[in-house]
Design a protein around this ligand. Structure first.
Ligand SMILES: CC(C)(COP(=O)(O)OP(=O)(O)OC[C@H]1O[C@@H](n2cnc3c(N)ncnc32)[C@H](O)[C@@H]1OP(=O)(O)O)[C@@H](O)C(=O)NCCC(=O)NCCS
Length: 144
């Protein structure tokens, strides 16, 4: 816990993309999926600042559910390790929810892995419930 003042704002994607990418690299969270999201033209993101430094971000995009309902999609939520446990993640989800509610979306959707206890606790405490769980199947080719 750092006790520093945290400020929140909508990301300015033209200016903030490099700093956002750096946050994901520094926190070892720059998956190829995160990279695609950062490059997406429909990205809507919010950032949390400690001074000049971006210490957390939520990356979202409007999406449509399988049954045609408009939703806010949370693609990535990341709080730098040093700043976790200060409700920054919760605040960022609240910003995204307020935006998509005002835009007329019916709700929010995200994907989280079963072993991510911290994220699961956060989302469950905010009213999210499991809508679907998937199995990843793989076949390994033998030596040729
Ligand atoms: C998941 C993550 C975004 C949470 O952000 P955070 O700012 O630390 O979370 P908050 O301080 O807002 O905590 C919100 C809730 O999360 C849960 N939580 C927070 N710290 C926790 C911990 N150490 N253990 C278990 N649950 C915890 C609690 O339910 C907490 O609510 P409470 O304080 O009212 O009990 C952050 O841990 C993170 O960036 N993790 C790595 C990336 C990631 O997994 N992102 C989610 C992908 S979907």
């Amino acid at each position: 816990m750092t006790g520093e003042a945290i400020n929140y704002r909508l990301a300015d994607l033209a200016a903030d993309r490099p700093a956002l990418r750096r946050l994901f690299v520094d926190e070892h969270e720059l998956s190829s999926y995160a990279e695609d999201v950062l490059d997406s033209p429909d990205l809507v993101a919010w950032v949390a600042h400690a001074g000049q430094e971006i210490v957390a971000a939520i990356l979202t995009r409007p999406m449509r559910s399988d049954d045609g309902v408009e939703l806010g999609g949370i693609d990535e939520l990341l709080v730098a390790r040093r700043y976790q446990g200060q409700k920054i993640g919760r605040r960022l989800v609240e910003f995204a929810e307020a935006h998509y509610l005002a835009a007329g979306a019916a709700g929010m959707q995200l994907t989280v892995t079963e072993d991510n206890a911290r994220a699961l606790r956060l989302y469950e405490s905010m009213g999210y419930a499991v809508a679907q769980s998937r199995l990843r199947m793989r076949k390994q080719f033998g030596e040729r």
